[in-house]
Design a protein around this ligand. Structure first.
Ligand code: KE4
Length: 428
């Protein structure tokens, strides 16, 4: 039974917000149907406008690793809000937040807070350009790094050509400062650096990709990128906005043992409230204003309320010594449930998971690159997504996104999930 209240809210929203949403993927255009408007959330559950409860596998696209309305986060925000919401002046909480990130992330000696992942990426790549005095950025096809113009590009024809705009409004000259090559292809990266290495400031990637669906790095791939960038004097930037504090307390770089020059963070570091961050060595980071010549600023950067939520979240992850083991166990159960249900229904799909992020690809092959990902049957995914939603499971509304498991997912949520899978895989 569809949510009539959400339908009415969507009609109203579309009159005053482009597409009725404040971020495109929420509009369900990739899967069809109507978006569910959410009234509240707690633990592993979302409650829709009509009161229907859903097991949540979006987790606000990553931040909600503790589950929604975690008591420690709620208490920290309630305590902070009584002292005001923003001062535009430094606070002790920002020092605690910075120190916590420095202590956790291997590549970070100094860190600057922002209000989004996009801003963190923009800051990191600007300081990479300022530090190396080079202009070009290399990105990998299928990775998404937020809304900066020069990163909204797709691969031009051929390998080492410049990017072409992937969004209206991005000038060709700006897009041309970014070269896009396929993910998991070290030869393609070697070729780009052979041809243009002296002009390349940085290579940025999601160390485990979430934005073409969950695609892990091939064996030796991250180490190979580390060697190639070092050889050519370019900086290696791990965009850990999604994987930071998700795949391990130290992020993907701790899990895979490869240390980049710069790291971007977001999502979990804000605990569901707007916080982004970028960090690296003191030598690089002291190129940023007011110490150095690279300008980057933000009215609400380090906002006391957002820092309170983020710090409470990181402290739970730091102090709960079995958190990541429990997350791994629950995520493995969820993966096994999908594989078993698909097999029972004789449905061809591939489940790819790293830690507590995973994707169900409706394809018959291992997905190692964006071209593999686009072999997926997105219509079959759309039908499956709608059936899961009807059965009370809110899965990310796009084949090219990762789902997220939280510490609040438990045996009851897995039972609901298994029942939904049986129905969804039976849906033709
Ligand atoms: P924000 O500006 O949305 O906070 O972060 C941008 C960003 C940067 N880097 C990575 C690896 C990211 O995944 C993101 C944002 N992720 C998307 C979901 N895949 C956010 C959801 C949305 O755009 O609505």
């Amino acid at each position: 039974m569809s949510d009539e209240i959400s339908k009415e809210l969507f009609e109203r929203a579309r009159k005053v917000i482009p597409g009725g949403v404040n971020s495109p993927v929420r509009a369900f255009r990739a899967v069809g149907g109507q978006p569910i408007f959410i009234r509240e959330a707690a633990g592993a559950y979302l409650t829709g406008a009509d009161g229907k409860r859903y097991v949540d596998f979006i987790g606000s696209w990553g931040p909600m690793i503790l589950g929604h309305a975690h008591p420690a986060v709620v208490a920290a925000m309630q305590d902070a809000i009584g002292r005001g919401t923003s001062y535009g002046a430094p606070t002790e909480g920002e020092i605690d937040m910075a120190q916590t990130i420095v202590d956790a992330v291997p590549s970070i000696e100094m860190v600057r807070l922002t209000s989004s992942g996009t801003e963190a990426v923009m800051g990191a790549l600007r300081v990479a350009r300022g530090f190396t005095k080079r202009d070009l950025i290399v990105k990998l096809e299928g990775c998404y790094h937020g809304g900066a113009d020069y990163l909204l590009t797709k691969a031009g024809s051929g390998l080492a050509t410049f990017g072409v705009p992937d969004s209206a409004g991005v000038p060709a000259a700006i897009a041309a400062t970014c070269i896009t090559v396929p993910y998991n292809d070290l030869e393609a990266v070697r070729a780009v650096f052979k041809e243009r290495g002296a002009e390349i400031a940085a290579l940025i990637l999601e160390p485990v990709v979430g934005n073409m669906g969950c695609v892990p790095p091939g064996t030796g791939y991250l180490q190979g990128l580390r060697e190639i960038t070092k050889q050519h004097g370019a900086l290696l930037v791990f965009d850990e906005v999604m994987t930071g504090f998700r795949l391990a307390y130290g992020g993907a770089q701790a899990r895979f043992g490869v240390t980049p020059d710069l790291t971007t963070l977001g999502k979990i570091v804000g605990g569901g409230v707007p916080v982004g961050a970028y960090g690296g060595s003191r030598e690089i980071m002291e190129h940023i204003a007011p110490v150095g010549p690279v300008y980057q600023a933000g009215t609400l950067s380090g906002n006391p309320l957002a820092v309170a939520a983020g710090l409470a979240t990181l402290r739970v992850l730091r102090d709960d010594k079995t958190a990541y083991d429990r997350l791994e166990a629950t995520s493995a159960s969820i993966e096994a449930a999908i594989v078993s249900a698909a097999k029972k229904a004789n449905v061809t799909c591939v489940v790819q998971r790293v830690g507590s992020m995973l994707t169900v690809f409706f394809t018959d092959r291992k997905v190692r690159s964006f071209s593999d990902a686009t072999s997926s049957d997105t219509k079959a995914f759309g039908r499956w997504h709608a059936a899961m939603l009807e059965a009370g499971v809110y899965w990310p509304p796009s084949q090219y996104e990762a789902a997220f498991v939280s510490l609040a997912h438990d045996a009851e949520t897995i039972r609901i999930f298994e029942n939904a899978l049986a129905k969804a895989f039976a849906t033709p």
